[in-house]
Design a protein around this ligand. Structure first.
Ligand SMILES: O=c1[nH]c(=O)c2[nH]c(=O)[nH]c2[nH]1
Length: 296
C-alpha cells in the first residue's frame, strides 16, 4: 500500500473587512467577508513540516486589509481578481488562488428626509457574492481567471399563481394537491461569467432583475419549473453569463385549519414553517458556453 497526499488548499477564511471612504461631504462604507485559498507546490509542509513555501494565512489576511487601503475595494469581482493575481504572481510555489467574497449591504439613514453623511443602516436585502479563481500552473498555459458572481438569501414570495399536483402517491403520501398556494424561497444563485472582464455592477443589477422578474411572472406548477425559468431568463438577457446555478429552499406556507374554530380560512392565514424545507437545486447553461474550467 502507498499513501499519498491528495488535493489540498489552505488560506484565511472569513476575514471581515469594513472599508470607510472618508469623503469631504459624505462617507462611503463597504462591508465584506473575504476568504482566500491557495494551492500549488505544498507537499513539503504536509510531508515534512517544511514551511518554506507556505505564505502564512495571517499574511493573507493582512494582504486583504492592505489592498483595501492601497487600492480601495470597488466591485468585489475586481477586488477578488486583484488579490488572487497577487498571490499567484508573487508566490512562486502557488499556482492557484481562489478568493471568495460576500458583501453585506448598507444604506444611509435618512434624517429629516435627507441622507445622513456618515450614518448607515444594514439593508434587509440579499448578500452579494463573488468567487474568483486565478491559475498560472503549467497546465493552464499562462494565467487564466474565472469569475463566478452570485447572491444569497434573496427572499421572495408569490401569494398566488402557484400550484403543485400530479405527483406520485404512495402509502406515505399525505400532501394534498393544491391549485393555489403561496410560493416562497430564499434565492441562492451563482452565475459564471463568459469572461473575467465585465461591468460587474451593471451585470449584477441585470441578473438580479431577471431572477426576480422571472419569479414574479412565472405561473408555477413546481418550484423546479420556476428555477428553470429564472435561469433561462438570465441567460436570455445577459450574454455575458454562461451558466446559472440555483439553490432554492421551498419555504412552505401551510394553510391553518380553522374549522375547529368555526372559521373558514380561504387561503388567508398560513403557518410559515422554517424546517424542514424542500431544497430545489439546478443548473441552467447555454450550449455555446465556454468550458467551466476551474470556475467552480
Ligand atoms: O414545488 C414543489 N416541488 C416539489 O418537489 C415538492 N415536493 C413537495 O412536497 N412540495 C413541492 N413543491
Amino acid at each position: 500500500m502507498t499513501i499519498q497526499l491528495g488535493a489540498n488548499q489552505y488560506g484565511k477564511a472569513e476575514t471581515r473587512l469594513v472599508h470607510v471612504t472618508r469623503g469631504a461631504e459624505a462617507h462611503e462604507i463597504v462591508d465584506l467577508n473575504v476568504s482566500t485559498a491557495l494551492s500549488g507546490d505544498l507537499a513539503d509542509t504536509h510531508l515534512t513540516g517544511d514551511n518554506a513555501k507556505v505564505l502564512p494565512t495571517d499574511t493573507q489576511k493582512n494582504t486583504v486589509f492592505a489592498f483595501a487601503k492601497e487600492h480601495g475595494v470597488g466591485e468585489i469581482e475586481d477586488f477578488g481578481l486583484k488579490l488572487a493575481r497577487h498571490f499567484v504572481g508573487t508566490q512562486e510555489p502557488i499556482h492557484r488562488a481562489r478568493v471568495t467574497i460576500e458583501q453585506y449591504g448598507w444604506e444611509r439613514i435618512d434624517v429629516d428626509s435627507s441622507p445622513a453623511p456618515h450614518s448607515f443602516q444594514r439593508t434587509g436585502r440579499e448578500t452579494r457574492t463573488a468567487m474568483v479563481t486565478v491559475d498560472n500552473s503549467a497546465t493552464t498555459d499562462g494565467e487564466r481567471a474565472w469569475v463566478v458572481s452570485g447572491l444569497k438569501d434573496l427572499v421572495v414570495l408569490n401569494t398566488t399563481d402557484s400550484e403543485f399536483w400530479g405527483y406520485p402517491k404512495d402509502r406515505y403520501t399525505t400532501l394534498p394537491e393544491t391549485h393555489d398556494r403561496v410560493l416562497a424561497t430564499a434565492v441562492n444563485a451563482q452565475w459564471r461569467h463568459v469572461d473575467a472582464d465585465s461591468d460587474w455592477g451593471k451585470s449584477y443589477d441585470a441578473v438580479r432583475k431577471h431572477l426576480t422578474e422571472a419569479f414574479a411572472t412565472t405561473y408555477s406548477l413546481s418550484l423546479q419549473q420556476t428555477l428553470y425559468a429564472m435561469g433561462e431568463r438570465v441567460l436570455q438577457h445577459c450574454p455575458e453569463i454562461a451558466e446559472v446555478r440555483l439553490s432554492l429552499p421551498n419555504k412552505h406556507h401551510f394553510v391553518v385549519d380553522m374549522e375547529p374554530f368555526g372559521l373558514r380560512n380561504d387561503n388567508e392565514v398560513f403557518f410559515a414553517a422554517d424546517r424542514p424545507y424542500g431544497l430545489i437545486e439546478g443548473t441552467v447553461v447555454q450550449d455555446t458556453a465556454p468550458e467551466p474550467g476551474l470556475a467552480w
